[in-house]
Design a protein around this ligand. Structure first.
Ligand SMILES: [Zn+2]
Length: 281
């Protein structure tokens, strides 16, 4: 045990400072999106089977909705810029900008050097949940995705239907490439509908039964042309375990909607980040 300095209590009492003040973060025009989402027409849909994943495409300025349809189910979401898969969802930076869980008005940000909004949440039917007594909340950007490597490390064996593998297979099918070529594109996810937090005493990542009910949905507007992949996690509602075939699993529905012509005329896709990339060299 390390020795505390005499002023340990005073040091602990220093008030925290928010790392990234939201006041300087470019804000989405939610009034415009709210008006546009009243005009939506469905143009596509895909059902994600349990313990599997599926891809979907959303043009910039279209909306997409992930809906729980048969029973409580958590979804692991990957997003890529459709024209360049190296620009992909950056879970860690999204967490730094918005916090551990995201909801209406917050965004999924892309990796460097793009660092721009890929999608903005326009409706969250679980917005009522807030934060529970354990510090848990829904739609986290703290977990990574369940994967067969961690499963092998902790439990041994070969399990092939973790979200990481499901996303890998779905992307491989979409790109028509071997799984080994698709796998490096799979990245840390947005845990849709998952209820998670950190334990107060040990700071460990925890999960608990998702409050999601059939009909609940999370809706986004695509800020840039997107390729998405969604896995219906083998953990089901993630109330007990994942990385196995034990939990009850349900499908998820992804729907893509077009707004009425002119509804987003005042909007334009965000440009890639303005940093010149010379890095002082
Ligand atoms: Zn999973």
């Amino acid at each position: 045990m390390s020795l505390a300095p005499p002023d340990a209590d005073a040091r602990r009492a220093v008030a925290p400072v928010i790392c990234y003040p939201v006041e300087s973060l470019p804000q989405p025009d939610m009034a415009l999106y709210t008006a546009a989402r009243q005009t939506l027409t469905k143009v596509d849909e895909v059902t994600v089977p349990p313990r599997d994943a599926a891809t979907f495409s959303v043009p910039a300025g279209h909306f997409f909705r992930i809906t729980s349809i048969e029973g409580p189910q958590v979804g692991d979401l990957n997003l890529w810029h459709a024209a360049d898969l190296t620009e992909r969802f950056y879970s860690g930076k999204t967490r730094a900008l918005h916090g551990s869980h995201i909801t209406t008005g917050q965004r999924m940000w892309s990796s460097f050097p793009g660092l721009r909004p890929m999608a903005t949440i326009t409706h969250d039917s679980l917005g009522w949940y807030g934060k529970d007594a354990f510090g848990g909340s829904v739609h986290d950007v703290i977990g990574t995705r369940c994967d067969p490597y961690t499963h092998n490390l902790l439990a041994g064996g070969q399990y092939h239907y973790c979200c990481h593998s499901n996303l890998t297979r779905a992307l491989a099918r979409h790109l028509d490439v071997p799984v080994a070529q698709a796998e490096p594109h799979v990245h840390d996810v947005l845990n849709v509908f998952m209820c998670t937090g950190f334990t107060r005493d040990t700071g460990q990542y925890f999960m608990k039964a998702s409050p999601v009910r059939p009909g609940d949905y999370l809706e986004f507007v695509a800020e840039i042309d997107l390729l998405g992949a969604l896995s219906a996690c083998p953990g089901g509602d993630c109330s007990s375990e994942h990385s196995s075939d034990v939990a009850a699993c349900h499908p998820l529905l992804v729907e893509v909607f077009a707004p009425a012509a002119g509804a987003l005329d005042a909007w334009g896709p965000p440009r890639p980040n303005g940093y010149d990339r010379s890095h002082g060299a």
